[in-house]
Design a protein around this ligand. Structure first.
Ligand code: SF4
Length: 336
Protein backbone atom coordinates (compact mmCIF):
# COMPACT_ATOMS: atom_id res chain seq x y z
CA UNK A 1 0.00 0.00 0.00
CA UNK A 2 1.35 3.47 -0.87
CA UNK A 3 1.84 5.82 2.09
CA UNK A 4 -0.93 8.29 2.92
CA UNK A 5 -0.62 11.46 0.86
CA UNK A 6 -0.69 14.80 2.64
CA UNK A 7 -2.85 17.42 0.95
CA UNK A 8 -1.78 21.06 1.15
CA UNK A 9 -4.91 23.07 0.31
CA UNK A 10 -4.75 26.54 -1.21
CA UNK A 11 -8.17 28.12 -1.71
CA UNK A 12 -8.78 30.42 -4.63
CA UNK A 13 -12.21 31.81 -3.78
CA UNK A 14 -14.18 32.97 -6.79
CA UNK A 15 -10.94 33.61 -8.66
CA UNK A 16 -11.44 32.94 -12.35
CA UNK A 17 -15.17 32.64 -12.10
CA UNK A 18 -17.45 35.03 -13.93
CA UNK A 19 -20.44 32.91 -13.11
CA UNK A 20 -23.00 33.25 -10.38
CA UNK A 21 -24.30 29.85 -9.44
CA UNK A 22 -27.35 30.33 -7.24
CA UNK A 23 -25.86 28.33 -4.36
CA UNK A 24 -22.33 29.68 -4.41
CA UNK A 25 -20.48 31.90 -2.10
CA UNK A 26 -16.94 30.63 -2.41
CA UNK A 27 -15.63 33.07 0.14
CA UNK A 28 -17.84 31.48 2.78
CA UNK A 29 -17.03 27.92 1.74
CA UNK A 30 -13.30 28.47 1.90
CA UNK A 31 -13.38 30.81 4.89
CA UNK A 32 -10.84 32.89 3.00
CA UNK A 33 -11.32 36.41 1.69
CA UNK A 34 -8.21 37.22 -0.31
CA UNK A 35 -7.41 35.60 -3.66
CA UNK A 36 -4.33 33.38 -3.80
CA UNK A 37 -1.05 34.75 -5.13
CA UNK A 38 2.45 33.31 -5.58
CA UNK A 39 3.20 34.53 -2.05
CA UNK A 40 0.16 32.75 -0.61
CA UNK A 41 1.13 29.50 -2.34
CA UNK A 42 4.74 29.66 -1.13
CA UNK A 43 3.68 30.48 2.45
CA UNK A 44 1.01 27.73 2.54
CA UNK A 45 3.39 25.08 1.25
CA UNK A 46 6.28 26.11 3.51
CA UNK A 47 4.01 26.12 6.57
CA UNK A 48 2.47 22.74 5.72
CA UNK A 49 5.82 21.10 4.98
CA UNK A 50 7.01 21.85 8.53
CA UNK A 51 4.49 19.27 9.75
CA UNK A 52 4.94 16.69 6.99
CA UNK A 53 7.69 14.05 7.36
CA UNK A 54 10.34 14.44 4.65
CA UNK A 55 9.80 10.93 3.31
CA UNK A 56 6.03 11.39 2.87
CA UNK A 57 4.63 12.68 -0.43
CA UNK A 58 2.65 15.91 -0.34
CA UNK A 59 0.10 17.09 -2.86
CA UNK A 60 -0.67 20.76 -3.48
CA UNK A 61 -4.39 21.30 -4.11
CA UNK A 62 -5.91 24.46 -5.58
CA UNK A 63 -9.51 24.29 -4.39
CA UNK A 64 -12.44 26.61 -4.96
CA UNK A 65 -12.89 28.94 -7.90
CA UNK A 66 -12.24 27.76 -11.43
CA UNK A 67 -8.52 27.44 -11.89
CA UNK A 68 -8.35 27.17 -15.67
CA UNK A 69 -10.68 30.14 -16.11
CA UNK A 70 -8.16 32.47 -14.46
CA UNK A 71 -6.16 34.58 -16.93
CA UNK A 72 -3.26 32.48 -18.14
CA UNK A 73 -0.57 34.65 -16.56
CA UNK A 74 -2.22 34.28 -13.13
CA UNK A 75 -2.39 30.48 -13.49
CA UNK A 76 1.27 30.52 -14.42
CA UNK A 77 2.13 32.64 -11.37
CA UNK A 78 0.47 30.14 -9.02
CA UNK A 79 1.89 27.06 -10.72
CA UNK A 80 5.40 28.50 -10.91
CA UNK A 81 5.32 29.27 -7.20
CA UNK A 82 4.91 25.53 -6.65
CA UNK A 83 7.78 24.48 -8.93
CA UNK A 84 10.67 24.77 -6.43
CA UNK A 85 8.80 22.35 -4.12
CA UNK A 86 8.14 19.95 -6.99
CA UNK A 87 11.80 20.11 -8.05
CA UNK A 88 12.98 19.43 -4.49
CA UNK A 89 10.63 16.43 -4.34
CA UNK A 90 8.77 17.71 -1.26
CA UNK A 91 5.60 18.18 -3.29
CA UNK A 92 4.87 15.19 -5.51
CA UNK A 93 2.00 16.55 -7.53
CA UNK A 94 -0.66 19.21 -7.97
CA UNK A 95 -4.42 18.92 -8.17
CA UNK A 96 -6.93 21.62 -8.99
CA UNK A 97 -10.62 22.12 -9.54
CA UNK A 98 -12.33 23.90 -12.40
CA UNK A 99 -15.45 24.28 -14.52
CA UNK A 100 -16.30 21.88 -17.37
CA UNK A 101 -16.43 24.72 -19.92
CA UNK A 102 -12.96 25.98 -19.00
CA UNK A 103 -10.97 22.97 -20.22
CA UNK A 104 -9.26 22.71 -23.62
CA UNK A 105 -6.22 21.04 -25.15
CA UNK A 106 -3.99 24.06 -24.73
CA UNK A 107 -4.67 24.40 -21.00
CA UNK A 108 -4.26 20.66 -20.38
CA UNK A 109 -0.83 20.64 -22.01
CA UNK A 110 0.24 23.60 -19.89
CA UNK A 111 -1.05 22.03 -16.67
CA UNK A 112 0.79 18.81 -17.40
CA UNK A 113 4.07 20.64 -17.89
CA UNK A 114 3.72 22.11 -14.37
CA UNK A 115 3.13 18.78 -12.62
CA UNK A 116 -0.67 18.81 -12.35
CA UNK A 117 -1.85 15.22 -12.06
CA UNK A 118 -5.48 15.47 -10.98
CA UNK A 119 -8.29 17.68 -12.27
CA UNK A 120 -11.60 17.98 -10.46
CA UNK A 121 -14.57 19.08 -12.53
CA UNK A 122 -17.64 20.69 -11.01
CA UNK A 123 -20.23 18.78 -13.02
CA UNK A 124 -22.96 19.16 -10.35
CA UNK A 125 -25.77 17.73 -12.52
CA UNK A 126 -26.19 16.15 -15.96
CA UNK A 127 -29.71 17.50 -16.30
CA UNK A 128 -29.92 20.61 -18.50
CA UNK A 129 -32.93 22.00 -16.63
CA UNK A 130 -31.18 21.68 -13.26
CA UNK A 131 -27.98 23.25 -14.62
CA UNK A 132 -29.98 26.17 -15.99
CA UNK A 133 -32.09 26.70 -12.87
CA UNK A 134 -28.89 26.67 -10.81
CA UNK A 135 -27.19 29.27 -13.00
CA UNK A 136 -24.28 26.97 -13.80
CA UNK A 137 -23.67 28.47 -17.24
CA UNK A 138 -22.44 25.21 -18.78
CA UNK A 139 -24.07 22.12 -20.26
CA UNK A 140 -23.90 18.38 -19.61
CA UNK A 141 -22.12 18.06 -22.97
CA UNK A 142 -19.37 20.37 -21.63
CA UNK A 143 -18.84 17.93 -18.74
CA UNK A 144 -18.72 14.93 -21.10
CA UNK A 145 -16.28 16.63 -23.44
CA UNK A 146 -13.98 17.95 -20.67
CA UNK A 147 -13.97 14.57 -18.90
CA UNK A 148 -12.89 12.76 -22.06
CA UNK A 149 -10.12 15.26 -22.77
CA UNK A 150 -8.84 15.02 -19.19
CA UNK A 151 -8.76 11.21 -19.28
CA UNK A 152 -7.22 11.08 -22.77
CA UNK A 153 -4.41 13.33 -21.56
CA UNK A 154 -3.57 11.01 -18.69
CA UNK A 155 -4.83 13.10 -15.76
CA UNK A 156 -6.79 11.64 -12.86
CA UNK A 157 -10.38 12.82 -13.15
CA UNK A 158 -12.53 13.62 -10.12
CA UNK A 159 -16.14 14.61 -10.77
CA UNK A 160 -18.14 16.71 -8.34
CA UNK A 161 -21.88 16.28 -8.14
CA UNK A 162 -24.56 18.13 -6.18
CA UNK A 163 -27.93 16.88 -4.99
CA UNK A 164 -30.98 18.96 -4.14
CA UNK A 165 -30.33 21.79 -6.61
CA UNK A 166 -33.32 23.82 -7.88
CA UNK A 167 -35.44 21.66 -10.17
CA UNK A 168 -33.64 18.45 -9.20
CA UNK A 169 -35.50 15.23 -8.35
CA UNK A 170 -34.42 11.78 -7.22
CA UNK A 171 -34.87 10.44 -10.78
CA UNK A 172 -32.74 13.22 -12.25
CA UNK A 173 -30.08 12.66 -9.58
CA UNK A 174 -29.94 8.93 -10.34
CA UNK A 175 -29.62 9.69 -14.06
CA UNK A 176 -26.79 12.10 -13.26
CA UNK A 177 -25.04 9.35 -11.27
CA UNK A 178 -25.32 6.91 -14.16
CA UNK A 179 -24.00 9.46 -16.66
CA UNK A 180 -21.12 10.50 -14.40
CA UNK A 181 -20.21 6.86 -13.71
CA UNK A 182 -20.11 6.21 -17.47
CA UNK A 183 -17.33 8.81 -17.76
CA UNK A 184 -15.10 6.51 -15.62
CA UNK A 185 -13.88 9.08 -13.09
CA UNK A 186 -11.16 8.08 -10.63
CA UNK A 187 -13.38 9.35 -7.82
CA UNK A 188 -16.37 11.55 -7.09
CA UNK A 189 -17.27 14.12 -4.49
CA UNK A 190 -20.93 14.59 -3.68
CA UNK A 191 -22.11 17.89 -2.26
CA UNK A 192 -25.76 17.99 -1.17
CA UNK A 193 -26.98 21.58 -1.49
CA UNK A 194 -26.42 23.85 1.49
CA UNK A 195 -28.25 27.19 1.62
CA UNK A 196 -25.59 29.80 2.34
CA UNK A 197 -26.49 33.30 3.42
CA UNK A 198 -26.06 36.07 0.82
CA UNK A 199 -26.73 33.81 -2.13
CA UNK A 200 -29.48 33.79 -4.73
CA UNK A 201 -30.58 30.41 -3.40
CA UNK A 202 -31.08 31.88 0.07
CA UNK A 203 -33.38 34.52 -1.42
CA UNK A 204 -35.31 31.91 -3.43
CA UNK A 205 -35.72 29.82 -0.28
CA UNK A 206 -36.88 32.78 1.78
CA UNK A 207 -39.37 33.68 -0.98
CA UNK A 208 -40.77 30.12 -0.87
CA UNK A 209 -39.51 29.36 -4.40
CA UNK A 210 -37.01 26.66 -3.43
CA UNK A 211 -37.72 23.58 -1.34
CA UNK A 212 -34.90 22.90 1.09
CA UNK A 213 -32.86 19.70 0.59
CA UNK A 214 -32.69 18.57 4.21
CA UNK A 215 -30.02 16.47 5.90
CA UNK A 216 -32.53 13.58 5.92
CA UNK A 217 -33.15 13.99 2.15
CA UNK A 218 -29.41 14.08 1.49
CA UNK A 219 -28.73 10.98 3.60
CA UNK A 220 -31.52 8.92 2.05
CA UNK A 221 -30.59 9.87 -1.53
CA UNK A 222 -26.87 9.83 -0.78
CA UNK A 223 -26.99 6.17 0.30
CA UNK A 224 -28.46 5.24 -3.10
CA UNK A 225 -25.84 7.24 -5.02
CA UNK A 226 -23.12 5.73 -2.84
CA UNK A 227 -24.31 2.25 -3.75
CA UNK A 228 -24.17 2.94 -7.50
CA UNK A 229 -20.77 4.65 -7.45
CA UNK A 230 -19.11 2.04 -5.21
CA UNK A 231 -20.80 -0.75 -7.19
CA UNK A 232 -19.13 0.67 -10.31
CA UNK A 233 -15.77 0.71 -8.50
CA UNK A 234 -15.74 4.52 -8.26
CA UNK A 235 -14.63 5.78 -4.82
CA UNK A 236 -16.76 8.48 -3.20
CA UNK A 237 -13.98 10.55 -1.69
CA UNK A 238 -16.15 13.21 -0.03
CA UNK A 239 -19.76 13.65 1.00
CA UNK A 240 -20.80 17.15 2.01
CA UNK A 241 -18.98 20.43 2.59
CA UNK A 242 -16.00 20.42 4.91
CA UNK A 243 -17.26 21.54 8.30
CA UNK A 244 -16.05 25.00 9.33
CA UNK A 245 -16.72 27.44 12.15
CA UNK A 246 -18.36 29.84 9.68
CA UNK A 247 -20.76 27.23 8.33
CA UNK A 248 -21.58 25.75 11.76
CA UNK A 249 -21.85 29.28 13.17
CA UNK A 250 -24.81 30.23 10.98
CA UNK A 251 -23.54 30.85 7.44
CA UNK A 252 -25.23 27.58 6.50
CA UNK A 253 -28.76 28.87 6.94
CA UNK A 254 -30.47 25.70 5.75
CA UNK A 255 -30.12 22.65 3.57
CA UNK A 256 -27.93 19.60 3.94
CA UNK A 257 -25.17 20.84 6.22
CA UNK A 258 -24.01 18.37 8.84
CA UNK A 259 -20.42 18.03 10.07
CA UNK A 260 -20.61 14.21 9.81
CA UNK A 261 -22.72 13.91 6.67
CA UNK A 262 -20.45 11.34 5.04
CA UNK A 263 -20.69 9.05 8.04
CA UNK A 264 -24.49 9.37 8.10
CA UNK A 265 -24.70 8.49 4.41
CA UNK A 266 -22.45 5.45 4.72
CA UNK A 267 -24.34 4.32 7.79
CA UNK A 268 -27.61 4.53 5.85
CA UNK A 269 -25.99 2.55 3.04
CA UNK A 270 -25.15 -0.21 5.55
CA UNK A 271 -28.70 -0.09 6.91
CA UNK A 272 -30.13 -0.58 3.41
CA UNK A 273 -27.80 -3.53 2.76
CA UNK A 274 -28.77 -5.16 6.06
CA UNK A 275 -32.46 -4.65 5.26
CA UNK A 276 -32.03 -6.44 1.93
CA UNK A 277 -30.16 -9.34 3.53
CA UNK A 278 -32.57 -9.82 6.42
CA UNK A 279 -35.66 -9.58 4.24
CA UNK A 280 -34.44 -12.50 2.11
CA UNK A 281 -32.98 -14.70 4.88
CA UNK A 282 -34.46 -17.34 7.16
CA UNK A 283 -33.81 -16.51 10.80
CA UNK A 284 -35.19 -17.18 14.23
CA UNK A 285 -35.32 -13.53 15.24
CA UNK A 286 -31.66 -13.34 16.28
CA UNK A 287 -29.31 -11.87 13.69
CA UNK A 288 -25.52 -11.55 13.68
CA UNK A 289 -24.21 -9.17 11.01
CA UNK A 290 -20.60 -9.42 9.85
CA UNK A 291 -18.82 -6.28 8.62
CA UNK A 292 -15.25 -5.41 7.71
CA UNK A 293 -12.82 -4.26 10.37
CA UNK A 294 -13.52 -0.65 11.42
CA UNK A 295 -17.09 -0.69 10.13
CA UNK A 296 -19.03 -1.75 13.25
CA UNK A 297 -20.08 1.82 14.09
CA UNK A 298 -21.30 2.42 10.51
CA UNK A 299 -23.49 -0.67 10.71
CA UNK A 300 -24.69 0.13 14.21
CA UNK A 301 -25.52 3.77 13.43
CA UNK A 302 -25.40 6.80 15.72
CA UNK A 303 -27.09 5.99 19.02
CA UNK A 304 -27.80 2.46 17.68
CA UNK A 305 -30.18 3.97 15.13
CA UNK A 306 -29.68 1.18 12.57
CA UNK A 307 -29.97 -1.65 15.10
CA UNK A 308 -33.16 -0.18 16.52
CA UNK A 309 -34.61 0.30 13.02
CA UNK A 310 -33.83 -3.31 12.01
CA UNK A 311 -35.23 -4.76 15.23
CA UNK A 312 -38.43 -2.82 14.81
CA UNK A 313 -38.91 -3.36 11.05
CA UNK A 314 -38.25 -7.12 11.20
CA UNK A 315 -39.57 -7.76 14.70
CA UNK A 316 -36.19 -9.15 15.81
CA UNK A 317 -35.14 -10.23 19.30
CA UNK A 318 -31.53 -9.18 18.83
CA UNK A 319 -29.07 -7.80 16.27
CA UNK A 320 -25.34 -8.17 16.95
CA UNK A 321 -22.63 -6.67 14.72
CA UNK A 322 -19.22 -8.39 14.48
CA UNK A 323 -16.03 -7.67 12.60
CA UNK A 324 -15.14 -10.34 10.09
CA UNK A 325 -13.16 -10.88 6.88
CA UNK A 326 -15.36 -10.13 3.88
CA UNK A 327 -14.65 -10.80 0.22
CA UNK A 328 -13.89 -7.73 -1.94
CA UNK A 329 -17.04 -5.84 -2.87
CA UNK A 330 -19.02 -7.12 0.15
CA UNK A 331 -19.90 -4.77 2.98
CA UNK A 332 -22.28 -6.81 5.19
CA UNK A 333 -23.12 -10.50 5.54
CA UNK A 334 -25.30 -12.49 7.92
CA UNK A 335 -23.14 -14.74 10.12
CA UNK A 336 -24.58 -18.13 11.03
S1 SF4 B 1 -18.69 28.13 -11.12
FE1 SF4 B 1 -17.92 27.55 -9.11
S2 SF4 B 1 -16.93 29.38 -8.26
FE2 SF4 B 1 -18.20 30.02 -9.98
S3 SF4 B 1 -20.12 30.69 -9.07
FE3 SF4 B 1 -20.33 28.52 -9.69
S4 SF4 B 1 -19.75 27.29 -7.92
FE4 SF4 B 1 -19.05 29.41 -7.58
Amino acid sequence: MSPKRFIIPVFIPHLGCHNDCVFCNQRKISGELKPATAKTVKAAVEEALKKIPEDRPAELAFYGGSFTAIPEHEQTELLEAAQPFIESGRVGEIRLSTRPDAVDLHCLERLKSYGVKTIELGAQSMDEGVLKASGRGHTAADTECASRLIKEHGFNLILQMMTGLPGDTEEKAMETVRKLASLSPDGVRVYPTVILRDTALYNLWKAGRYREHTVEDAVRLGAKLYEIFTGAGIPVIRFGLNPSDELSGGEAAGGAYHPALGELVRSEFYLNLARELISTSKHGGEIVLGVNRGCVSLMTGQKRRNINALMQEFNLKSVIVRETELPAGKFVIILQ
